[in-house]
Design a protein around this ligand. Sequence first.
Ligand SMILES: [Zn+2]
Ligand SMILES: [Zn+2]
Length: 256
Amino acid sequence: MDLSFIGSILEQGDWLLSLYVFAGALAVFILGRYLLLLSPALKQTQQLNVTAARERAARSYYPPIRNRSKFWGLMTQLVVFLLVIPFSVTAAPQPWWEILLDIFIILMVYDFFYYLVHRFLFHDGPLGGPLKWVHAVHHQMKNPCRMDSAYLHPIETCLGIALYAATIGGLALFMGKFHIVSTIVTFVAFSAINQHNHDLMEADRFPLKYLKYMSDMHHVHHARFIGGNFATISLFYDWLFGTYDTGNGWGKHKRA
Ligand SMILES: [Zn+2]
Ligand SMILES: [Zn+2]
């Protein structure tokens, strides 16, 4: 049997570069966190969320669910960095505008598929919400804090990461490999924005009040299982498809 095609596929993969993406994303997370916490307002936000997290950690049912989710999240990331990123990343030079455009495209395509999965698989809809029972774990938290972003059924954890991997891997097939910077930025962005959406936050000044608005809208989503605001990166698709829910009544989203 001729297995040479396996060799030619493996030749396409760059595992060292994939390791650099992982290390780079970790470095951006640690450095970004350090820099953001220099802001007194964000430091106060952190304290608010740490207090809420301590209260949750004391509930007997909470840590096992969160730990199980984190374990399967790490396993899925390992698979993604072994099987997807090596085939979709390049260090070949690209103009800065192309890197910015790629970041925008990856995040918007990811957000579109996240919107579809969240609205039609995790919540009620024409498909009957086949994975509603999975998502119900996350919605146990009616007024979430940052730590609740990882309070998920493992199926939801794996699906969220797999969606990012499918987006970047699928787009790479059509658009060519993405620059290492685009890959690191989008990986950090989709994780950090999801965490931030769960932040308890008090801010009434520019620019932080816009960050607070984003997390407020996700809190509106959590407060009731049958609202709107299904996207995660932006509210664009909710606005486009009429599920933007400001929390005042039903927003534009009407259900049968
Ligand atoms: Zn939901
Ligand atoms: Zn949530």
